[in-house]
Design a binder for this molecule. Structure first.
Ligand SMILES: Cc1cc2nc3c(=O)[nH]c(=O)nc-3n(C[C@H](O)[C@H](O)[C@H](O)COP(=O)(O)OP(=O)(O)OC[C@H]3O[C@@H](n4cnc5c(N)ncnc54)[C@H](O)[C@@H]3O)c2cc1C
Length: 315
């Protein structure tokens, strides 16, 4: 299967979700073409040179000096027509949501967004507020698939080598009808949970607002960010941008430290990509333990202060 992976630059570096999309593509197909659009992608190109890919396609043009949905969708359309891949694969980022529906419309091929995994039967997507998984199979013609954050582990990218080809895109001023604003950034003081390497995540088991400071203290000692389950956010104990789950962020830290979180499916879908999960819960049957690497059965209000103290002493 020939796959075209459309990559994204994150301030000049390869976006994490693009790496994950490359892993998904490597699992799916044997011939991977990676497309990188824009004029300042040297760092990305040197990274890509070390991956097992058929080809890296670069597209530069003075009308692509900054992102626009019109320009990028037109590039993908032209590259698709030239290379005729069986599938377009991309990470499910803000930018993807902005321009890929246009690619789908221009090429008249389906866009299947937010896929969480692949099986031998097809592409798996969550439906009905993540209560059910649906498998989409029998795609007769080409399609576009976007992968949800943490659907694949970037560390599983196969290393190798690839060749480069520059693609001459045909663009004129009138193709670009919209001007994009600055890319979305977290506000100053907000945190980017999706990029955090260590998260201390607080759930309703913390019992009351005053106790949330324990999570912040622990996070400070282990150099982590604080995230939360929905009830903690709904109670106004932490800001909404810290919510993890189906109606919050999808995170994939190296360590997810869960304090008093039950492990409801709507929460788990947002953090199941964590490389290591350590959970404290006083209920031995809490569902969070089913996916935890380390389980501590006990009271967070007793354990966390002692943990903070001993971590501080060992500094
Ligand atoms: C449409 C929809 C979208 C949703 N989206 C999200 C979402 O994005 N994110 C999300 O998190 N939820 C979401 N939810 C809510 C979700 O279903 C759960 O209700 C929620 O995740 C539960 O949060 P919790 O684990 O903190 O609380 P609870 O389920 O109340 O669990 C608290 C846990 O703490 C333990 N505990 C209590 N006291 C202590 C203690 N002293 N020490 C140790 N452990 C203790 C308990 O044993 C329990 O397991 C959504 C629900 C719906 C319907």
């Amino acid at each position: 299967m020939n796959i075209l992976v459309v990559l994204e630059s994150n301030n000049g570096a390869l976006h994490r979700l693009s790496r994950e999309a490359l892993v998904g593509a490597q699992e799916l197909g044997d011939s991977i073409f990676a497309l990188i659009i824009g004029n300042e992608n040297e760092e990305i190109l040197s990274e890509l040179a070390g991956y097992e890919l058929e080809k890296v396609i670069t597209v530069k043009h003075h009308l692509l000096s900054s992102y626009s949905a019109d320009g990028y969708s037109e590039v993908v359309r032209q590259v698709f027509i030239s290379f005729s891949p069986d599938l377009i694969v991309i990470g499910h980022t803000y930018q993807t949501r902005d321009f890929i529906p246009r690619v789908s419309a221009k090429l008249d091929i389906p866009f299947i967004p937010d896929v969480i995994s692949i099986s031998d039967k097809g592409f798996i997507k969550q439906v009905l507020n993540a209560k059910l998984n649906a498998t989409i199979s029998n795609l007769d013609n080409a399609a576009i698939i976007s992968f949800q954050s943490a659907a694949f582990n970037e560390e599983q990218l196969k290393l190798g080598s690839c060749s480069n080809e520059s693609f001459d895109v045909s663009l004129v001023d009138s193709d670009i009808k919209s001007i994009s604003e600055e890319p979305f950034q977290e506000e100053e003081g907000d945190v980017d949970l999706e990029s955090a390497e260590v998260l201390v995540s607080v759930g309703r088991g913390i019992e009351k607002e005053e106790n949330v400071t324990l999570a912040f203290e622990l996070a400070k000692v282990i150099n982590a960010e604080v995230s939360a389950s929905r009830p903690v956010v709904d109670s106004g104990w932490v800001d909404s941008f810290r919510q993890v789950g189906s109606s919050g962020s999808n995170v994939a830290p190296k360590l997810y430290f869960s304090l008093g979180i039950s492990g409801a499916i709507q929460h788990v879908v947002g953090m199941k990509g964590a490389k290591n999960i350590m959970a404290i819960n006083k209920d031995a049957d809490a569902p969070i333990f089913e996916i935890s690497d380390y389980a501590v059965i006990g009271d967070v209000l007793e354990i966390v202060p002692k943990l903070i103290e001993s971590l501080e002493q060992s500094k």
